[in-house]
Design a protein around this ligand. Structure first.
Ligand code: GCB
Length: 622
């Protein structure tokens, strides 16, 4: 972030008004007696300023998650505050923490964040939708009574090099997800890319037997080599230990050691599915080989399932055809913007389940970790994507940001059995650049395709066990000519026949034509929807009237067409709920109201329609 920050001087905190605030923001940690890893919330007691703060009087007291746009999208004025803003917090760290590695872990800050500890810049992160972690113990003062100042500058200004560039949602700025202080021993699982440190795969699963493979990295940041014992314990969904393995390893000082652990196969595994989300749990512990003290430990859910997408017969789960029906979701709620406590994510997914849905498109960006945790637990399959929406910028910096977002998305979310698809572009040729300059436009399109190929390759290298997908808008030839239909494993169509264009029946015709031309390409309907304002009723529903009745006709015809066609693997309504989109000026200003639920999660008639269809009929073949 190229900004000249005026230093946040500690002398500012001499003001009496500030002393009052300080008493509230000050946080100390003393849970040092514990062994292994300690994770403490840093959500409380922050100060916030809507500028690059140079004067303490500008601070206001806030808790996280927080966005500075929650209020300014509620007023009628156009636009919202896109700027560099500041967060500040004081920490006192017990001297007994000395000798530990201390990290600050941000689940997400939109969209560029710079972290300063005691006035020194110690880390930064680009991209608002993935987590990041910064080691800070070298910069902290552990002396008794010493106060450490943490400052985070967060920037949500438009930046041509960071996706998303433009999109139909509001780019709320802030530290809008949870923040933690993590203390580890000098020996710990790698926290690179803010990933879990272990990667769990289930290479072969059948009803008879399932294999479990764990890899990862251990770091020894101490001054001496260390001999450790690795202990892996697998528990079944009832919590009973069904497998244990131990092995010894030598960790060279100052190095990362790759870790490969194979557990004994599980016989007759209880399979994971949306109807029976059976979760096993694996715990990997690193113990000092001599004293047997736990140095670090990580646990992860394990779901044994296998799946495939077939171009003719759609999706198959655990060996059986299985129609995926669900919706996309934005991380957004009335009055809160994107700064949602975990319980809001869980509530949304429960609503999707209660509707009879079995699939969530996490669109258009990776969301709070609580989302996929809840998908695993509640039983929802999921696709996750990075926010390359509408257009790209042809610079190496943009490309690099896309790559790192893709890697972070995959590594941070790798262990969720609910995830079956990684995606990386949505309607990327919608805002077509260089109109009227055919030669230049050709180059642009080939650069889009080049980026797609790179991200495809990167994804299959990072995780060959999942499928890849791109979502396109209905301009078929545009994506075909660009070669974008050939690159990912699945083609997704965002189709709005009967809304933005044509009539509702045109949807089925489009899908049939695509399938005829691409009989070997698995295909899903990544979006379909129509504005639906619960205040509007109509006796003669017609396109664009935004009535409940029109949206009911629309969804009924789309759902039937999806269900009737085995080659359509999935249908995802746009959107689970209405959401903030600052540029929209419709019956509900600044809101996209294609949701099945209102922005404060009241069911619309279309939600009830899905509920009656999906819960009462054997629509979903299991
Ligand atoms: C789309 C976009 C989505 C929009 C939606 C709409 O195709 O992918 O971001 O919100 O249409 O409602 O126009």
């Amino acid at each position: 972030m190229k900004v000249n920050y005026k230093k946040v001087k500690s002398s500012h905190f001499g003001h009496s008004v500030c002393m009052l605030i300080l008493m509230m923001v000050f946080q100390s940690f003393d849970s040092v007696g514990q062994v292994g890893r300690v994770k403490t919330s840093l959500n409380h007691g922050w100060q916030f300023s809507r500028t690059i703060a140079s004067d303490s009087l500008e601070w206001e007291a806030v808790n996280l998650p927080h966005t500075w746009n929650a209020q300014d999208v509620m007023d009628d004025k156009p636009g919202y505050h896109r700027a560099v803003c500041s967060y500040r917090k004081e920490l006192q760290i017990d001297s007994r923490w000395k000798g530990k590695n201390l990290f600050i872990y941000f689940e997400g800050a939109n969209q560029v964040a710079d972290l300063l500890v005691n006035g020194k810049k110690v880390g930064s992160h680009t991209g608002g939708y993935t987590g990041f972690i910064v080691r800070v113990d070298q910069f902290l003062n552990f002396e008794e009574g010493a106060r450490n100042e943490i400052v985070v500058y967060v920037d949500n200004r438009h930046n041509e090099n960071i996706p998303p560039l433009s999109a139909d949602f509001t780019f709320f700025g802030g530290i809008y997800r949870d923040v933690f202080l993590i203390a580890t021993d000098r020996v710990h699982f790698s926290l690179d890319h803010a990933a879990k440190g272990i990667y769990v795969t289930t290479p072969r699963v059948s009803e008879e037997e399932a294999s479990l493979h764990i890899s990862g990295f251990l770091e020894n940041t101490s001054e001496k080599d260390q001999r450790v014992r690795l202990k892996t314990t697998l528990r079944n969904p009832d919590g009973k230990v069904i497998g244990e393995r131990t092995s010894l390893a030598n960790l060279r000082k100052g190095s990362q050691t790759p870790l490969v652990l194979n557990m004994p196969n599980v016989q007759k595994p209880k399979l994971w599915s949306p109807e029976s989300p059976n979760l096993y749990h694996v715990l990997v512990q690193v113990l000092d080989a001599r004293s047997n003290t736990v140095l670090d430990e990580i646990s992860s859910p394990v779901g044994f399932r296998w799946f495939r997408f077939d171009a003719k017969t759609g999706f198959h789960l655990n060996g059986k055809p299985y129609k995926l029906i669900g919706a996309s979701r934005h991380q957004d709620f009335k009055g809160l913007g994107n700064a949602l406590p975990d319980s809001y994510a869980i509530q949304d997914l429960k609503l999707l389940k209660a509707m009879g849905g079995n699939f969530l498109r996490v669109a258009h960006y990776p969301q709070d970790p609580a989302v996929l945790e809840a998908c695993d637990r509640l039983g929802l399959l999921a696709s996750v994507e990075i926010p390359v929406v509408n257009a790209i910028t042809e610079t190496e910096e943009f490309y690099q940001n896309c790559r790192s977002m893709q890697v972070e998305m995959i590594r941070q979310n790798f262990n969720h059995p609910s995830v079956i698809i990684w995606a990386y572009m949505n309607e990327v040729l919608l805002r077509m650049k260089f109109v009227g300059q055919p030669e230049r436009q050709k180059i642009y399109i080939s650069n889009v395709a080049k980026l797609a190929r790179e991200l495809e390759e990167l994804t299959s290298k990072e995780d060959p066990s999942r499928y890849t997908m791109l979502a396109h808008h209905g301009d078929y030839t545009r994506y075909k000519d660009a070669g974008l239909l050939d690159i990912p494993m699945i083609t997704g169509w965002n189709l709005y026949q009967g809304w933005y264009s044509g009539n509702i029946a045109g949807f089925a015709g489009f899908m049939d034509r695509f399938h005829q031309e691409y009989p070997d390409k698995p295909v899903v309907v990544t979006e379909y929807g129509a504005d639906a304002d619960p205040r509007i009723r109509s006796l003669s529903a017609e396109r664009f009237d935004k009535s409940m009745e029109y949206s009911l006709d629309y969804h009924e015809i789309y759902l039937k067409a999806i269900m009737d066609r085995p080659f359509i693997a999935a249908g995802m309504a746009w959107n689970l709920a209405d959401f903030n989109s600052e540029t929209r000026e419709e019956t509900m200003p600044h809101i996209n109201n294609k949701g099945l639920l209102t922005i404060d999660r009241k069911p619309k008639d279309i939600y009830r329609f899905y509920q009656s269809k999906l819960l009462s009929a054997p629509f979903i073949q299991i």
